[in-house]
Design a protein around this ligand. Structure first.
Ligand SMILES: C[S@@+](CC[C@H](N)C(=O)[O-])C[C@H]1O[C@@H](n2cnc3c(N)ncnc32)[C@H](O)[C@@H]1O
Length: 786
């Protein structure tokens, strides 16, 4: 039996690349099974996923040591060459001419897709830094696990979409690429089994991920404009919008007039029913031709469905199905009114890429496999699922309209077919021409569907151990406006720079092996702490070290301070002349071994970088302090509990954020990273940093304040960079802590400082040393009167 037309086309395309049908057909069949007959996934990017499968199979055969005859090898090589050529051509044809300055970049990207990028870079002397950085960070254990757990084929799906993004990203000029912070060249055929994260300039600490790369400063920014950057693939969860983000208010989504039918009133005026049929055939043929040439929307997105095409007064309008729910009951359509029948439709790849790039810029957080198409499919599915919920009072057909610059006007429609509504007995549809409103669902129902935090693990699996959340005191179920992150993230302008090259021999122990604490002579990493490690071989902070840190908190005036000539804290106070520096306590640092060190991850001089290991719980305090953190185990003195994780903000960003805040929220107290401000001369604004855990943070943001005799003490820890304007802040137990005891920390608040931008709370710490004088006085007065 002859294969169906799409299969024929696929096999033909493979043949053109030098792969016989005998080779391609079984893999195509397998892919169809895996992708549930979704042809579009297979056809995407010139059958990239199929090509990958073929190449991979060939590689597997080769590595399994099976004899391959020389002719076959030659064929495969020819195929690969052709494939590279094809990838280049495809990408080039999207936007660039063959002589475009970015074409070099495109070649690199295409090679990357074949697993040759790393080899090429290793052989490329021009970019030693990129090469070094490319080896700098291996995939996180989580990532490796995922990579191995995921079946090969479905991994390829991610890879294919990454390829697509890469290819299309490469269309952008090199400058925009150079702004990337890091991208990942995914594991490719014939490469070592671990994924490699390619760090790009500016260099960012592995403990640090970037929210917004557009403003990261690097001394070598211009250097990074070399045409050799990967597109950004962020390792962090799906888009999260800060409460004040402009997009959060839906600024870019223009709701339009619509009816319960398929077109808006505006469209209706331009669509002349009579014109349609007479012109449709001609224009359709023309557009189909164009689409074929361009790989355009109607071609790519057809997904087996016919496009509807209408023309009016010389303008062409094409309606294309983009995505649909599983049953096809809900679908998203784009309608292109190009204004002229000659205007080509945009390519779907270019369209998705552009929107994905915009999302990346706007939302900061995107997962590496973010795909607009997936989001759209999800939208359809959600709309479909919600429709069958009997309790929802659906008032109208939801229609979203988006104005975008991709060729004429773009209308995006979530269309409930009328038949479906009738079928399901849903007649409560909005009156015609009513304005679109987001369908209102009962708060509780939505809350039930999507709780913002999982009470069994508030970390959402981001930590090595789950951390539960309980409230036995009030009705507050979850902390609001809070997203768990296990590592610091740069909000926007902070300058955090790390690279292997900046770590000299005196700052690492490349000759060490195993556990540094087991060696007879301390390694260079102990230099910071006077030639002795700060940790004991049991992984606790040494008592003498700890006591000095506690003393600094209790009696800061007895310890050394530095005074800035030009204090970054005073700079944002506009209006007045910058005030005098109030002084910064010079703190003691711990320095941990790191990636440039030869020791293993089990080295006892690596404590905080291993993450939380104590059993902790977020709970609602009965004393009116809101949520708090407690330990579920007894903890000896000097135990590492957790790091203070949050957004890395410049002091100016923090100042602006604080000024804008409404003052209603329970503030988390941002911490200034000023423990060694004296050592780096005058700090630039982007180097004067702090950590704010209000919106993004880890469990440390639930630690409440206790004056003076808090049971935890914070200690600055240097891990990846010798720079002293960025470091980690780790909490260690200041004494033995009992099971179920609340964990506290002295925020160092001066309760009498009314000029501080963050208004102090009324302290309920219960310490006999409480510094909140007004309350202390009131309390003693009450005691006297009794
Ligand atoms: C870092 S957060 C701690 C988590 C916070 N309790 C919550 O529910 O999100 C700091 C905020 O907790 C509250 N808080 C912390 N320590 C307190 C104390 N000793 N007395 C009263 N409120 C306190 C204050 O509202 C403060 O702004």
């Amino acid at each position: 039996m002859a294969p169906p037309p799409r299969a024929r086309s696929a096999l033909q395309a493979m043949k053109n690349l030098g792969f016989s049908s005998k080779v391609a057909a079984p893999l195509l069949k397998k892919l169809l099974e895996v992708y549930d007959n979704n042809w579009q996934l297979i056809e995407d990017n010139g059958y990239q996923v199929l090509i990958d499968s073929i190449l991979e199979e060939q590689e597997l055969k080769a590595t399994a040591g099976k004899k391959q005859d020389a002719v076959a090898d030659e064929d495969a090589e020819v195929s690969r060459k052709r494939l590279r050529q094809q990838s280049e051509n495809t990408a080039s044809s999207l936007m660039l001419g063959p002589d475009s300055p970015s074409s070099k970049k495109l070649r690199v990207e295409a090679d990357c897709s074949l697993g040759a990028l790393l080899r090429q870079r290793r052989a490329e002397p021009v970019l030693p830094q990129v090469e070094d950085m490319g080896r700098l960070v291996l995939a996180s254990p989580q990532e490796e696990r995922d990579e191995h757990d995921t079946p090969l084929i479905s991994r390829r799906e991610t890879r294919a979409s990454a390829h697509a993004r890469r290819a299309s990203f490469a269309q952008e000029n090199v400058e925009s690429i150079s702004l990337l912070t890091y991208g990942r060249c995914e594991k490719t055929i014939g490469e070592a089994s671990s994924s490699v994260i390619m760090l790009k300039e500016p260099k960012i600490e592995p403990g640090t991920e970037v929210l917004d790369n557009s403003n990261v400063h690097s001394p070598s920014t211009s250097k990074s404009k070399q045409a050799d950057s990967d597109p950004p693939e962020f390792e962090v969860p799906i888009a999260m919008i800060l409460p004040d983000h402009p997009l959060a208010a839906g600024n870019e989504v223009h709701q339009c007039q619509h009816s319960q039918g398929e077109t808006s009133p505006r469209d209706m005026s331009s669509l002349q029913e009579n014109d349609v049929e007479s012109l449709a055939a001609q224009t359709e043929a023309k557009n189909a031709d164009k689409a074929k040439r361009n790989g355009s929307l109607s071609d790519n997105a057809s997904n087996g469905k016919a496009s509807e095409l209408v023309t009016s007064q010389g303008a062409s309008s094409t309606t294309v199905d983009i995505a649909s729910s599983d049953t096809g009951a809900v679908k998203l359509q784009f309608s292109f009114n190009s204004g002229s029948p000659d205007l080509p439709l945009p390519s779907i790849d270019a369209f998705f890429k552009m929107v994905e790039d915009r999302c990346l810029k706007s939302y900061k957080f995107l997962p590496s496999d973010f795909s607009l198409l997936k989001v759209m499919k999800e939208m359809c599915q959600v709309a479909s699922d919600l429709t069958v919920e009997p309790s929802y009072d659906r008032q109208e057909t939801p229609t979203l309209s988006v104005n975008d610059s991709v060729g004429g006007s773009t209308r995006q429609t979530v269309d409930r077919h009328k038949e479906d509504r009738q079928e399901k007995g849903k007649e409560n549809v909005a009156p015609e021409h009513s304005n679109l409103k987001v369908v209102q669902y009962p708060q509780t129902a939505l809350g039930d569907l999507r709780p913002p935090h999982d009470p069994t693990d508030i970390t959402r699996g981001e930590e090595r151990i789950p951390i539960s959340l309980v409230n036995e005191v009030s009705n507050e179920r979850y902390p609001s406006h809070f997203y768990y992150i296990p590592r610091n993230l740069i909000y926007q302008n902070a300058y955090v720079n790390f690279s292997l090259a900046r770590i000299g021999d005196e700052d690492c122990c490349s000759d060490c092996y195993g556990d540094c604490l087991a060696a007879t002579i301390p390694c260079p990493c102990a230099r910071e702490t006077g030639g002795e490690y700060a940790y004991t071989c049991k992984g606790l902070v040494k008592e003498s070290f700890l006591d000095e840190c506690i003393s600094m908190n209790c009696n800061p005036h007895k310890h050394q301070h530095v005074y800035c000539q030009d204090c970054p804290l005073e700079r944002p106070k506009s209006g007045d002349a910058p005030g005098k520096c109030k002084g910064h306590l010079v703190r003691k640092f711990i320095k941990e071994c790191w990636s440039k060190c030869g020791c293993s991850m089990q080295c006892k001089n690596r404590i905080i970088q291993r993450g939380i290991t104590c059993n902790l719980q977020v709970f609602f305090t009965p004393e009116g302090k809101g949520w708090g953190l407690r330990t579920l185990d007894e903890l000896p003195k000097g135990t590492f509990v957790c790091e203070y994780v949050g957004e890395v903000l410049t002091n100016i960003e923090l100042y602006n954020r604080t000024i804008q805040s409404t003052g209603n929220a329970r503030h988390t107290y941002p911490v200034l990273l000023d423990a060694d401000w004296g050592s780096e001369g005058v700090l630039k604004d982007e180097e004067a940093l702090c950590l704010d855990a209000t919106f993004y943070g880890n469990v440390a943001r639930f630690v409440n304040h206790r004056c003076v005799d808090a049971n935890m003490v914070e200690i600055p820890v240097e891990v990846e960079t010798p720079d002293r304007h960025y470091y980690h802040l780790a909490f260690f137990t200041a004494r033995k802590i009992e099971k179920n005891e609340e964990l506290t920390w002295d925020y160092g608040i001066d309760f009498s400082d009314v000029s501080h931008p963050v208004k102090a709370f009324k302290c309920r710490c219960g310490s006999k040393f409480c510094r909140d004088m007004k309350r202390s006085r009131a309390r003693s007065k009450a005691l006297v009167l009794r």
